[in-house]
Design a protein around this ligand. Sequence first.
Ligand code: ASP
Length: 421
Amino acid sequence: MRRQNHFAILFGLVAGALCGIGANFAVAHYPVFKTALQFFTSYFAEPIGQIFLRLLFMIVIPLVFASLAKGVAHLEVHKLGRIGLKTAVYFLSITVVACTIGLFLVNIFKPGVGFDASTQAQLLETFHGQAQEAAQKGKIAEFGIQTFIQFIPKNPLQSGANNEMIPWIVFTLFFGLGLGFLEKEKGAWLLKPIEALNDVMVAIVGLIMKMAPLAVFCLLFAITSKFGWLILKQLLYYVSVVFFGYFLVLLVVYPLLIFFFGKMRPWEFYKKALPVLVTAFSTSSSAATLPTSIKTTEEELKVSPDIAGFVLPLGATLNMNGTALFEGVAVLFLAQVFGVDLTLGQQTIVLVLAVVSAVGAAGVPGGSIPLLALILATMGVPPEGLAVILGVDRLLDMGRTVLNVTGDMTAALYIQKSVKI
Ligand code: ASP
């Protein structure tokens, strides 16, 4: 039954992409189909995709609270410290490795050197508005001491209501710690409903995932039918370098980690994680994928709910390996396009900034773009240059979100195998 659903979700992904690409080409050659396509996308594909996304987002805040608070309360304080440290070191290490791979590839292949000037001018003009908007947001999001202070919520309910994940997690961590400190009976009294809340949320994920095959079809159809394939052709070299990096991480780095640290056969891991990967790919959102990744990691990878409940919400917010890789390539690519020469020392700064901004990026579609604008500006590359890459970013976003989420799951597996609880 489960297998069938995995297969159906994958089928939805492939069928949605193929139908969307077909529709895109059909409209380009036979404009009579334009109205029909618009109708189908606006009244069927997009609404169903949005309903799926919103249903997933709907449970993120209560699920993060229940799973994280319960996990923290169950793990004794000294274990929590050890697990927290191991998790942080693991997150940081793989993010650095992923970004280094990206920087290495972009230095070897140099996709931005000799980039066609007329294509550059045309892309700059087409995506000028979007790029400026991102650059503006990047300025607002500027990292500084204030950013860190604001991670502590003044009013946790307000943070939760505004979907501010880091402050919400900070509050939940404290709540779980407090709960763990309570005397046994008092604590158990409060823990029960929180555990029940967690179970209810996981059950809801099961229900939502029933619509995943259709929803994934619709999401893919809506994206590919509108995608600017011509732009992809112009940026094919850049896109290929990013995807080459993604594949290296997915097919070499993670399998090694899964095998040596997670003590599991990589093929088995990927087979079990398939619905999570497809959800990440089609939604481009680590946050929206979190409910599915928690459920799958607990039920299929057999990671204890306390560890999955602790590692995955933190990972979905803080651990973005694919984002760091992408940012490294994007910054150097645009530097090459705009003729800005970055020395090895400057590239090390790019690495640090990419890792930091991967921690700070929101797990939503395009969450890293404003921060990318900020890195560009810091490195002396015009942030409006983002316009050159925005046209293909959705595709890259889908890929990097898969990496982001897979990295979190490998972390949960590693912690499970390395800590005795
Ligand atoms: N879409 C990514 C995520 O949710 C974030 C990003 O890199 O834009 O993981």
